[in-house]
Design a binder for this molecule. Sequence first.
Ligand code: AMP
Ligand code: GLY
Length: 414
Amino acid sequence: MKVLIIGSGGREHALVSKVAENSNVDVVYCAPGNGGTSRENKCTNINITKMDELLKFAITNKIDITIVGSEEWLVQGIVDKFNEKGLKILGPSEKAARLEGSKSYSKEFMKKYDIKTAAYEVFEDENKAVEYLKNCEYPIVIKADGLAAGKGVIICNDFTEASKSINDFMILDIFKGSGKKIVIEEFLEGVEASILSITDGKVIIPFVSSKDHKQIFDGGIGPNTGGMGAIAPNPYCTKQVLDEFYNNILTPTLKGIQEEKMDYRGIIFFGIMITKKGVYLLEYNVRFGDPETQAVLPLMKSDFIELVESAIDGKLGNFNVEWKQGYSCCLIASSKGYPGSYSTGFEISESGKLEGKLFLAGATGDNGIMRTNGGRVLGVTGFGGTLDKAREIAYADMKKINFSGMYYRTDIGK
Ligand code: AMP
Ligand code: GLY
């Protein structure tokens, strides 16, 4: 079997590593991959980054299954293009990918199907938005409608901050079109959880819960990043929280997918907020999370490729996904200056054997030398019978890795 993974982050490294566990898989191609994917058993990086070339590669090389990392491809309709050529690919159709590609669409969907979410208004006119902000309760949340590489959500503490964000989004157009339309949303206070799930359009099977750590500094302070670490399972996801999630979010979402006649055979990732007033849906992502995937996938006991094939073939109803006991903790190391500007090209050294698993992200590996080439450079995932043990292993492993300007949080999973 030949599998193609599209992307180049830590998430894709974790996908490559998991896929390679299946004994029927002979080769895994990663496009374009990174210095870590090229080191994985069975994996070859291929330097292709255009949709038509990916499609051509998959046809020519008779790829059996393609798995897409980033939302950009999914929103651009890569799944429909592969399906038209009879190729198997995990992901939502272009129509279903709007659940992530447009915040106003996803909020409308949540409202229509009675999915518990924050109150909101949509604006396309800057003056009307500013007028609305004059009578709001603060803090308030302003969201760019379209994709904005994880930077399109601003929590505003007062009118001045909010009107500045409106100006940035709608007039200065900092997101190049994605912020011309905005969602203004009620601020929810609570603890967040990420619930990755898989669907074939008939059922949705949730994976073990996880928790991202989005801000750059300890204690959840400072600007948002792509994610500085993740743990799984999320200790705040009690049975009661998961039951509420199932009844008020997952079940009506499935109904919506069916009633809207979406072709959705892929990953659906629920970003939820656990509040004193119950469990709310913040957002859908139509792909794997990063770094949640590096914490969640290694805990999966079931065969991942069999699971993916069942989803694509519409047979998930027969699949019982099994999980390993225990916890995982994925700790991310970033370049000095990230999420602002940073330098790259520093050599990454490893001293001694790691007990956990190293997932490279923004790192190359030419001629056997690993070098930094991104903001989030790498992650290590530790595993243990308790969360403390998993953390201890991840932190001990991180001490064995070094590069100039290396930074990581000291409180992941605390
Ligand atoms: P989203 O892309 O919608 O998940 O938003 C990104 C991040 O912004 C979330 O992970 C939360 O940390 C925060 N956020 C989004 N919506 C809200 C909200 N209504 N209340 C509080 N925080 C929010
Ligand atoms: N870690 C959050 C995300 O992947 O969107």
